[in-house]
Design a protein around this ligand. Structure first.
Ligand code: FES
Ligand code: FES
Length: 152
């Protein structure tokens, strides 16, 4: 069954038809061509698909597109200003916190959600916030250093 949804994605109001079983991740990637959110496990275990839903970090593979009707979604494509990287993206570059980059959009959006709630998180708080984001390249030290810098 198809539904018409209205959702604000990266500040742009989108009105689209979605299938009842289409995930938010598939909607972003396949319908809107926003491929920053990645499909890893597709079952809520890896965090590669994290986006912000009304400011909160969520696994977009576990949410139906129909459920975000009337809400606001932010993807990694929406956090810079079009000319400049977001300070957290720049910190990831400066700290060499990106290796293959597959986990990076989800990690950055999870970190942004944390920094929104807690402007100066401790290393332990960062580790706890990132517990649902797996980095198969295991560059966690650099990731944490980048987030600590922006949070300080
Ligand atoms: Fe969504 Fe892994 S793809 S948590
Ligand atoms: Fe490769 Fe994290 S940088 S998965």
């Amino acid at each position: 069954m198809r539904h018409t949804i209205q959702v604000r994605v990266n500040g742009i109001l989108e009105s689209r038809q979605v299938e009842g079983n289409q995930t938010l991740l598939a909607f972003l990637r396949d319908t809107l061509d926003l491929t920053g959110a990645k499909e890893g496990c597709n079952e809520g275990e890896c965090g590669a698909c994290v986006v912000l839903l009304d400011g909160a970090a969520v696994n977009s593979c576990l949410i139906l597109a129909a459920e975000v009707d009337g809400h606001a979604v932010t993807t990694i494509e929406g956090i810079g200003d079009g000319q400049n990287l977001h300070p957290l993206q720049q910190a990831f570059l400066d700290h060499h916190a990106v290796q293959c980059g597959f986990c990076t959009p989800g990690v950055i959006l999870t970190a942004l959600s944390l920094l929104e709630r807690n402007k100066n998180p401790s290393e332990q708080e960062i580790r706890e916030a990132l517990s649902g984001n797996l980095c198969r390249c295991t560059g966690y030290r650099q990731i944490i250093d980048a987030i600590l810098e922006v949070g300080s």
